[in-house]
Design a protein around this ligand. Sequence first.
Ligand code: NAP
Length: 314
Amino acid sequence: MLPAGHHLPRRSEAPPRQALRSRKIGANGKGAGEVTHSPDRYAVTGHPIGHSKSPFIHRWFAAVTGQGIRYDALACPREGFGAVVRRFRAAGGLGMNVTLPFKEEAFALADVRTPRAELAGAVNTLSFRGDGAVHGDNTDGVGLIRDLRDNQAVALAGGCILMVGAGGAARGVLPALLDERPRRLVVVNRSPERATELAARFTGASVEACGFGDLGDTAFDIVINATSGGLSGERAPPVPISALRPGGAAYDMVYAREPTAFLRWSRAAGASVAVDGAGMLVEQGAESFRLWRGVRPPTRQVIGALRAELDRGD
Ligand code: NAP
């Protein structure tokens, strides 16, 4: 349910206008006067950034929580991440989401990092607080868990999980997956040495690593695709069909209008749950919004709105 007094926009790409407008605050602080304050500013940056759905998602969050914020997508040249962050901060920006390929640079730039960001070695959320420090966090793991475990009702505790890919996305979600106490967690990657490197970050937890040719005949309960190879929609990573047990769950961090190649693969493998990463994108954004604004937005309607937006091909 939406909070009282809020309505869903007719067109999902247009959240209620009052949420985007500057707040007018009178001398009595109760909104009757003419003094206009600029809305608090947030942004996402990456390269490329034109495709980003984060502005769409955060404007929805602002609408459903009644928060007067402005959220933009900032283009950033490949070598210009630090300068873009500095400029945005100097202009009064309060927080940024960071996407490909800058999550490691964001990690290095942060003065203070949360334990989950330290474990991931990557930062997707920067907060510029009153203490003058740049705070770095990684909300990808929370986003995946909330979508997979809570929205899709997939049991992770005690499960046998195969993570396909060993890049920034896999690194970002592994700490949260381990917190769920799976029975077994295997990382498989095209470049096996990268999987080995990733597994070695988690001393104390038993994360296994291998290449596609070494998967053997284990049937996993859950297979998660964290590769970027299937973005064109044509090729799934070379995981044998037998790697997903019939009735298991498949999750593709990539999201698209049409079912991705990996989701088509998982249906052929007999998956009972086969979902893409649109829900994760919304959930990781909700966690960023909570860090910045102190309020966790409801996500169900926003996931529906994002799905409708993707279906329209916008
Ligand atoms: P990344 O750091 O560049 O890593 C890419 C991964 O994909 C590596 O493991 C790479 O293997 C593998 N790969 C690339 N092309 C491949 C191919 N043709 N066949 C097999 N493996 C291939 O990227 P990332 O940051 O991890 O992101 C991965 C994906 O997750 C992206 O599509 C991103 O959009 C998505 N993502 C989604 C969300 C969400 O909220 N839904 C959040 C984060 C990321 P090698 O190591 O061998 O190169």
